[in-house]
Design a protein around this ligand. Structure first.
Ligand code: ZN
Length: 208
């Protein structure tokens, strides 16, 4: 979402040449969130150019309707919002059966304990650091507390899920999140607006 869409190929090339582990893609439907990002035609193009595994974050209602399509474009991690799935356990199973890794995302107002009964079934939990819908928003400080809580829940249950944080991540908030136990940082504006994207990715990856 933070990339220059007019120069998408060049932006993806820079990511390919960087130390980034994955490419994070924000899909919005204008229903679950008050914004629309892009759909399959753009996603297919990005997938062809990207040498990084695709981490697809679905801010859409009924994400289960598109499991086959996301698999077909080469999605590595399909990440659905807790708030959009009435039958979350079933959706998690369907994504896994389709051959993708499964992530579940929590909005800032959804408590970590909502995941008590699903956390052992997922590969990653994404905690939103802002309300989903727009890039460039200010980080919500309570997210750090949620990372500590989630780390505790994972340790208690023996879940091997990764902790990912998305929204408002920069060197300052990233350091707090890594200290609290975050495994994966999603950075948008922090890297795409940085004078040297590759250097910023390097610095974020080496936070301790
Ligand atoms: Zn995202």
């Amino acid at each position: 979402m933070s990339a220059d869409f007019g120069n998408l190929a060049a932006e993806i090339r820079k990511i390919n040449e960087s130390e980034a582990d994955w490419l994070h893609l924000d899909i919005m439907d204008g229903v679950f969130v008050p914004n629309i990002s892009f759909g399959f035609p753009v996603l297919k193009y990005v997938a062809q150019l990207s040498e990084k595994p695709l981490d697809v974050h679905l801010m859409i209602v009924h994400p289960e309707k598109f499991i086959r399509e996301f698999k077909e474009v080469g999605t590595m991690m399909m990440n659905v919002h807790y708030e959009t799935c009435v039958h979350l356990h079933r959706v998690v199973q369907q994504i896994r059966e389709a051959g993708m890794k499964v992530g579940v995302t929590l909005n800032p107002s959804t408590p970590v304990c909502a995941l008590n009964d699903i956390v052992c079934e997922v590969d990653m939990v994404l905690l939103m650091g802002v309300n989903p819908g727009f890039s460039g928003q200010k980080f919500i400080p309570n997210t750090v507390k949620k990372v500590y809580e989630l780390r505790e829940l994972l340790d208690k249950t023996g879940s091997k899920a990764l902790i990912q944080v998305d929204g408002g991540v920069n060197l300052e908030t990233g350091a707090q999140l890594v200290k609290a136990g975050a495994d994966v940082l999603v950075a948008g504006n922090a890297i795409f607006k940085a004078p040297d994207m590759k250097e910023m990715i390097h610095l974020l990856k080496n936070l301790k």
